[in-house]
Write a protein that binds this ligand. Structure first.
Ligand code: ARG
Length: 406
């Protein structure tokens, strides 16, 4: 008889480290840890030894950075998808990619169960479990954090210390941090009280705009069909562009977001995000769309963006509606090519210039100076008809009100 195998989504953070130990003590199974690398994080240091020391039989560490940015982050960028208008969804878009990796390894290793370290009140359990059910319904799902004996992060920290598991969090600074190339999410501790202003130590990758350099920094971003391909005139890979903009933006205090958000499970929570590259790229991409998309497509896409953001946040990346809406988005990106010049300065992104071969801006139509080709006289007839429904309405209502009054 083969021993049962459990694949564990392992980040090396507090929850999943404690979980590997706990699973090895409570289940008669081989523990296989799977770590998808979505960005450089401190938790990756020595992660293989740590997993083995904690009780893992087999360790998989897979670098997914380029795939993550190209197939997940840049998709949301094209879609202009920002949850509740501001959150670029770094965590939310990482989950579907990790789901795919976990399933691939579970099937290759002959495991029958995937375990994750999400709590019972977060969004990530939804993203993991809906994803797994959609792509591999034959696999079992195990979520120990929903039923194990630890009642708080403090108790987990105590258990970790007792078992010599090294974790970055301390009882004094108990932040829960999730980070990847598209952004950082920080919650817990003092942040749980929304009346508290975030202390400086809550921020991991950005400086306070007040202490940012006095000199602005100019950056140019070239897009090809909605995808950033060049930075300051140089070709970079997708992940390189994001890494570079995180550094530049972080240095200028860009991308800090303090959000009270509506979770899938019905509660409101408070999270601090830092996403310099995502915020810069969204701003530049939006600027380009304003130049090249026709009015109706531009307006319609705003609704689609919102719907896509909700689907991603709610864990429905692998769904027919998401696919269909992304097909619409891709079609809109055919002409989203051009270059945006911006300036980074003390937490602000100022657009300096925009240029595109597909620009729909016609200076001769827009100008108020000599050379204006706009037909001003045509406006008279246009307004007679455009205002006609309201004129009619007003006449009808006035006569009704008069009758009522008399
Ligand atoms: N609230 C964010 C989301 O649902 C991030 C969740 C993870 N946050 C964290 N600090 N571990 O996408």
């Amino acid at each position: 008889m083969h021993r049962r195998k459990i694949v564990v989504a392992y980040s090396g953070g507090l929850d999943t480290s404690v979980m590997v130990k706990w699973l090895s003590e409570n289940y008669d199974a081989d523990i296989i840890t799977v770590t998808g690398v979505l960005g450089p994080t401190a938790e990756l240091d020595g992660i293989e030894e740590k997993a083995l020391k904690t009780g893992a039989k087999t360790v998989h560490i897979v670098d997914l950075q380029e795939k993550f940015v190209s197939n997940f982050a840049f998709k949301t960028l094209k879609a202009s998808a920002l949850y509740e208008g501001v959150y670029p969804m770094a965590t939310a878009i990482g989950r579907p990619l990790l789901v795919k990796l976990l399933i691939d390894i579970a099937l290759a290793e002959g495991a029958d169960t995937i375990a994750h370290g999400c709590t019972g009140k977060g969004n990530d359990q939804v993203r993991f479990e809906v994803g797994i059910q959609t792509l591999a319904p034959q696999l079992n799902i195990l979520a120990p954090l929903r039923f194990w004996e630890f009642k708080s992060r403090e108790e987990e920290i105590d258990y970790a210390m007792k078992h010599n598991i090294h974790v970055k969090v301390t009882r004094k600074s108990p932040y829960s941090i999730d980070e990847n190339l598209w952004g950082t999410a920080v919650e817990c501790g003092i942040l749980e009280d929304p009346t508290n202003c975030p202390p400086e130590d809550a921020y991991q990758i950005t400086v306070n705009p007040r202490t940012a350099p006095l000199e602005p920094e100019i950056v140019t971003i070239l897009f090809d069909k909605g995808i950033p391909v060049k930075l300051n005139g140089y070709n970079y890979t997708a992940a390189e562009i994001v890494k570079e903009l995180n550094l530049l933006g972080g240095k200028h205090g860009i991308g800090r977001i303090d959000l009270i958000e509506n979770r899938v499970v019905g509660i409101k929570s408070r999270e601090i995000y830092e996403a310099p590259a995502a915020v810069i790229l969204h701003k530049a991409h939006y600027e380009l769309e304003k130049l090249v998309l026709d009015k109706e497509t531009f307006r319609f896409k705003q609704n689609v963006s919102n719907q896509i953001a909700n689907l991603i946040y709610d864990g429905l990346w692998y769904s027919p509606l998401f696919d269909a809406l992304m097909t619409f988005v891709d079609r809109t990106q055919d002409t989203v090519s051009g270059e945006i010049f911006i300036e980074l300065y003390k937490g602000n992104i100022n657009v300096l210039s925009r240029i595109s071969p597909y620009s729909l801006y016609d200076k001769e139509l827009a100008t108020y100076a000599a050379g204006d080709t706009f037909d001003h006289k045509a406006a008279e007839g246009f307004l007679k008809l455009y205002g006609l429904p309201f004129k009619t309405l007003n006449i009808v209502r006035n006569s009704i009100y008069k009758e009522v009054k008399e």
